[in-house]
Structures are given as structure tokens and as C-alpha cells.
Design a protein around this ligand. Structure first.
Ligand SMILES: Nc1ncnc2c1ncn2[C@@H]1O[C@H](COP(=O)(O)OP(=O)(O)OP(=O)(O)O)[C@@H](O)[C@H]1O
Length: 663
């Protein structure tokens, strides 16, 4: 064993969880379901799978460790492969959307919860796995909740009691030979609630953390958290010993604005101070750029990572000694308008106690840490303990469809928290309008095809409809841009006129969808002949986000494969015939449509809300009789974003106007 490996093994032994290793292994061996609660950094995520593998508890099956986020899954797999002294993809691997590194030898696999749900479609009992560890269960994402519910049924099927025949001999069923163990883990979990859900599952507590984290609160509330974060960062930078800083902010805009101010002030500091290297981290960044936060910090430099709650749980970022917590985050919420109508929107709000503890836990992982909270101790005490589970606050359309494909009904499944009745009605209505369900709420063949695409059902419906209109090539270009995590057109409030002028050549009179297609087509032409640098310059010149275009190209390639799988010819092209494209979009966005009222406003066709066309739309001042849109965003009023004008006559053929609704 070389010195590096010996050090790693020594570090493993020093983790708080190592003290309870034998007892934990024994409890998991003795129980089908175990709930494990241990402080951040105690070693749950990296060690438990290795203990179960090394002690033989996992037998010949695989161990899956689920993570709510891909960055956690990939970085943890890397760390554990290192600790096992193997290459990533051999004994230890990962599987996240659009990326899998594993082999026939893989025994420990870090997966996003979404990937495991997808596996259910082809392997209903997840029979390849002997242990499933649901990590960071406190986050209660919709997918985690689905998994927790499904695991309860799978446990019943796979761990059914041994049948005893008349001669008294035990006759284990084939499945009993392949029993499943489930471990639910977190640092900030309502353990009793999980235990109760799994019929009184055993709860284990792991005490202690390896290194202390000292916490400071402000004496008074801070109204401008970006300004407060700037000041706190420079206090640390000027007064405190070396060590990297991690700042939590609600979203991309705040991150970009804080990044600018830090760079401006850092440039003004006297030369004797360390250099400052900023690094951004939010969901819309492509994975390659997200992983930059793990790069070693150069000598005589202080790294400052500006992150959303994407960096809040699970990950260890080497070098982080200081955490600055603004106490804010953005949360997805389903806003119900009328019965059976509503939309998802992101709202900025105060974090929960659980988030605050997770954020502090990102420091103190390699040595003593410090957490500076930009809110008072009273404000911390007043925070709610945990956030509402996603199942109670997000759109359920996609989950509903996936469950239908598994032969299950969202309304009938046993969940820890029942979904909201309005959101269920809304999902049902959308799936009916899209043709995924029939009037008896049964899954149609179109619905099954929709679920085979890694897309939200409305966009999957658009792709399927493009076959009728012979425009799949164009639709895949548009849909892949719409599926990206970041926007194609930069918001350029300080340079709006130049940006509009530069983008004018992409603009299409029908609105944003054809404009996206024009930009994507132009980029592909450039990408096929120009160098990387020239491509980047071209994007910059046209105020286009190259990151989005690259991501869209990858997604488009995946979608082409998905089309081939169901025999859909993705090469079918309508050329310049925009009506074919609009017809396909209309079919999938039927629930996202609005008609012009006599006073010039727009009223939703599926609800009673008045919506305004977003000022950034390529549609400009054009007043169309009817519009379709990608989403509604709620600020001071309700804005429709991603808008196209469509001939009113196109609506007449849509099911919303010619079919009876379902009750
Ligand atoms: N990539 C890494 N680089 C360096 N050290 C690491 C890395 N990953 C883990 N560690 C070390 O292992 C410890 C345990 O990490 P692990 O993720 O297993 O803890 P955890 O209990 O699951 O924490 P959390 O609740 O925050 O997810 C860390 O505190 C750190 O000391």
C-alpha cells in the first residue's frame, strides 16, 4: 500500500462513524429497513456502502446510493473509488441522466434518485440491488418520495416470509433468495416519521462530527444580503488565516452580481494580500463547469465558491474552511389558480433550520470550520424545521405518467405525505389533454411513448406530434433548447439595444420558438466549420449563451436516439414551413395557451387567469389572436414566457375544444 492509500485508510478510521462500524453493520444485517441519522461529515455517505460491501452484507447484489443531485453522485463515486483504490467505473461507479460510468464489476453505484426511478420501468423489483441506500432523504424531493413509497412495495414482494410446505420444510421463493435491504440516511431527518412509514423501522444515531464548526450570527437582520456577503467575505479575506470560502445565495443572478463585486474589490486590495479566485456553482451550469469547484486551489490564493443550495448537501469540497450563509434560497412551488389549473414557479424565501445546518456542515470536513450566518440567532430559531415535501408543492404531471407506466396510480399509492388534491387534478387534466390518458384514466399507447422520452410530458407530446406534420428535425432542435438548464438568450439589461440588434437576424415574426430554431440552425452551421474559439466569439457577438447551445446539441442527440427506439424518423424536415412546427407545438402546449380578449389582454384557455406576454419575447408588440407559451412566471403579474403567435384556427382541432373533460 502506498503512502497516499495508507493515509486515506487512516482517515477512514478516524471518522466518527468508524467507532460504530460493527454495531451498524449488525443492525443493518438484522433489519430490512434501517433509518440512520448522523451529523454532517460523520461519514455516512462514503463509509456505509463500503462497510456493507466489505462485511458481505450486500452479498452478490449491488449497492445503490441515491443522491438528489448529479454533482453529489459523481463526486462521491470518485471519492469512494479512491478509498477502494480502484478506477472509477470498476468496483465503484455512478449513473446520472445522460452519463453512466459503471461496468459488470460495479458493486457500489451512486445514482440520482431519478435514475433509479427510471430503472424501475425495466426492472420493477430493482432485483440487481441487494441494498438501496436513500441518502439525504430529508430533502423530500418528489423522486425521493416516489422511491420511498415504491421501496415499501418492493420490500414486501422481495422479502415475503418463507413459505412452509406440509412437511415443514422451508421453501424460499426465488425472490426470497434475493432479499432487499433499505437504509434511509440524513443528518437532519425526522427519523420517527420515516421509521413509522416503514412499520417501525430501526433508528440508529451516529454521534459526533470529526471537526467542530463555529457558528456566528449577525446582531441585526440584513436587508441587502449580497452587500452583507461581500463585506463578510472581505473581513474573512483580510483578517483570517488561509482557507477557501463557500457562499450560499438563492440564485444565478445574485451569484453573478456578487462575483462581479468581489472581483472589483479584490483587484483594489494591496498586493500583499492573497489573490482571490471566484468560482460559480448553480444548476444551470453544465456538469463540466460545476466540477471546477473541486479543482485544487492555486498557491497563495483564496478560492471563493458562490453557490445555490445545489452545494448544500452531501458534497465535500476540499479546502473549504469558511461558509457564509445568506439564509435565502429559491424553491419551486406549484401555484394553483383555479381547480385543475396552475403552474410551477420559483420563489425566493427564507431557508429552513435543516438547510442552515447542512450549509454549516460544508465547513469542518477537513479541519475546524467557521460558518457566518447573515441573519440573527432569533431568525434561525424562528425558521421552520424542514421544508414542505416537493410532493405537496410541485407539478405532478411527469410523476403521474411514470407511475401509470408502472401500472400504479398516484392517487392510490402509499406516500409519506399525500399529494395535494388540486395538483393531482391538474396533472390528470394535462395528461388527458395530451392524450396520454383516456377518459377512463387509463394509459394510452401515446402516453407510454411519451414516458420513454427523458422530457416533461408536454414536450414529449410535441415530439410525437411532429411525426404527423413531418417536422421532427426542427422540433428536436427547439425542444432540446427548451430542455436546457440555462437560457439561450442572455438577459442583458445594461446593453439591451445592442443585444436586440445583434439577435435581430434570428428573430421570427411568429415569436420565440421559431426564433430559437433560427439561432440553433445558425449555431450548427458555424459549429460545423469553425474552430472552438471562433464559435465562442460568434456566440458572444450575438449575445447567445454558448453553454446552452452545447448542452442543447447533446440533448438533441439523446432525443434522436430515443426517437429511433420507437421508430420515429427524426430526419423528417418541413424546411421553412413554420405552420407545421407551430401545429406540433400547439398540440403539446395546449394547456399553455391563451386567447386575446377585446381589451387586448390574454386569458388562459384552461384557467381564468389573465397573462401578459413577457417583455423579452421575440413577439414584441405584435398582438396575436391566440398564443402558446412555455411557462408562466409570477413576479408583479403573471407573465407568459417563450411565446408564439398561432392562428386561432389551429386551436379548433385541439382536444381541449372538442372533447369532454373528465371528472
Ligand atoms: N472528496 C473528498 N475529499 C476529501 N475528503 C473527503 C471527500 N469526501 C469525503 N471526505 C471526507 O470524508 C468525510 C465524510 O464524508 P461523507 O460524505 O461520508 O459524510 P456524511 O456523513 O455523509 O456527510 P453529509 O451528511 O454532509 O452528506 C468528510 O467530512 C471528509 O473529511
Amino acid at each position: 500500500m502506498n503512502v497516499k492509500q495508507a493515509n486515506l485508510q487512516e482517515q477512514r478510521k478516524q471518522l466518527p462513524i468508524a467507532k460504530g462500524k460493527d454495531a451498524i453493520i449488525q443492525e443493518i444485517r438484522d433489519n430490512d429497513v434501517t433509518v440512520l441519522l448522523g451529523e454532517t461529515g460523520s461519514g455516512k455517505t462514503t463509509q456505509i456502502p463500503q462497510y456493507l460491501l466489505e462485511s458481505g452484507v450486500s452479498g452478490s447484489g449491488m449497492i445503490a446510493v441515491t443522491q438528489p443531485r448529479r454533482v453529489a453522485a459523481t463526486s462521491l463515486a470518485g471519492r469512494v473509488a479512491l478509498e477502494q483504490n480502484t478506477s472509477l467505473g470498476d468496483l465503484v461507479g455512478y449513473s446520472v441522466r445522460f452519463d453512466e460510468v459503471s461496468s459488470a464489476d460495479t458493486k457500489i453505484k451512486y445514482v440520482t434518485d431519478g435514475m433509479l426511478i427510471r430503472e424501475l420501468l425495466s426492472d420493477r423489483l430493482l432485483s440487481r440491488y441487494s441494498v438501496i441506500i436513500v441518502d439525504e432523504a430529508h430533502e423530500r424531493t418528489l423522486r425521493t418520495d416516489l422511491l420511498i413509497s415504491k421501496l415499501k412495495t418492493i420490500l414486501k414482494a422481495r422479502n415475503a416470509p418463507v413459505h412452509v410446505d406440509r412437511k415443514g420444510k422451508g421453501r424460499a421463493s426465488a425472490l426470497k433468495a434475493n432479499p432487499l435491504k433499505v437504509v434511509i440516511m440524513s443528518a437532519t431527518l425526522d427519523a420517527e416519521k420515516f421509521s413509522k412509514f416503514y412499520d417501525g423501522a430501526k433508528i440508529l444515531y451516529v454521534k459526533g462530527r470529526q471537526h467542530p464548526v463555529q457558528i456566528f450570527h449577525t446582531a441585526s437582520g440584513q436587508s441587502d444580503y449580497v452587500d452583507a456577503a461581500t463585506r463578510t467575505f472581505f473581513q474573512i479575506h483580510v483578517d483570517q488565516p488561509p482557507g477557501d470560502v463557500l457562499i450560499f445565495l438563492p440564485g444565478q443572478e445574485d451569484i453573478e452580481s456578487l462575483d462581479k463585486s468581489i472581483q472589483v474589490y479584490a483587484a483594489r486590495l494591496p498586493a500583499e494580500h492573497m489573490a482571490v479566485l471566484t468560482c460559480q456553482m448553480f444548476a444551470a451550469l453544465p456538469p463540466g463547469q460545476q466540477s471546477r469547484i473541486f479543482n485544487p486551489t492555486p498557491a497563495n490564493t483564496r478560492k471563493c465558491i458562490l453557490a445555490t443550495n445545489i452545494a448544500e448537501t452531501s458534497i465535500t469540497i476540499p479546502g473549504i474552511k469558511y461558509v457564509i450563509d445568506t439564509g435565502k434560497s429559491k424553491e419551486k412551488r406549484f401555484v394553483a389558480r383555479d381547480v385543475g389549473s396552475g403552474f410551477d414557479t420559483l420563489l425566493t424565501g427564507d431557508i429552513t433550520k435543516s438547510s442552515a445546518m447542512q450549509r454549516a456542515g460544508r465547513a469542518g470536513r477537513e479541519g475546524k470550520g467557521y460558518c457566518f450566518r447573515l441573519y440573527t440567532e432569533d431568525a434561525f430559531q424562528a425558521m421552520s424545521a424542514t421544508s414542505d415535501p416537493e410532493i405537496r408543492r410541485c407539478s405532478l404531471t411527469s410523476a403521474f405518467l411514470q407511475l401509470k407506466c408502472l401500472g400504479e396510480d398516484l392517487e392510490e399509492l402509499d406516500f409519506m405525505d399525500k399529494p395535494d388534491a388540486d395538483a393531482v387534478q391538474f396533472a390528470l387534466k394535462i395528461l388527458f389533454l395530451l392524450g396520454a390518458l383516456d377518459t377512463k384514466k387509463s394509459l394510452t399507447s401515446i402516453g407510454r411513448h411519451m414516458a420513454s422520452f427523458p422530457l416533461e410530458p408536454p414536450l414529449a407530446c410535441v415530439v410525437l406530434t411532429s411525426k404527423e406534420h413531418g417536422c421532427t428535425l426542427e422540433i428536436l432542435d427547439i425542444v432540446s433548447v427548451l430542455s436546457c438548464t440555462s437560457k439561450l438568450f442572455f438577459d442583458v439589461s445594461d446593453d439591451r439595444d445592442n443585444a436586440l440588434e445583434a439577435r435581430r437576424k434570428f428573430r421570427h415574426s411568429s415569436g420565440d420558438h421559431m426564433t430559437i430554431l433560427n439561432a440553433m440552425r445558425a449555431y450548427q452551421e458555424i459549429a460545423s466549420v469553425e474552430s472552438k474559439g471562433a464559435r465562442r466569439d460568434w456566440c458572444r457577438k450575438h449575445y447567445l449563451n454558448e453553454r446552452t447551445l452545447m448542452e442543447a446539441t447533446k440533448i438533441r442527440d439523446q432525443l434522436r436516439v430515443a426517437c429511433e427506439r420507437i421508430g420515429l424518423d427524426w430526419k423528417a424536415s418541413c424546411g421553412e414551413n413554420e405552420v407545421a412546427v407551430l401545429k406540433s407545438l400547439c398540440r403539446g402546449l395546449v394547456h399553455n395557451s391563451a386567447l386575446k380578449q377585446p381589451d387586448g389582454s390574454y386569458m388562459q384557455t384552461t384557467g381564468r387567469s389573465l397573462v401578459k406576454i413577457h417583455p423579452g419575447s421575440a413577439l414584441g408588440d405584435r398582438k396575436a389572436d391566440a398564443i402558446i407559451y412555455d411557462e408562466l412566471v409570477f413576479t408583479t403579474q403573471i407573465f407568459a414566457r417563450g411565446v408564439s403567435a398561432v392562428p386561432k384556427a389551429l386551436f379548433a382541432a385541439l382536444p381541449i375544444f372538442n372533447r369532454r373533460g373528465i371528472s
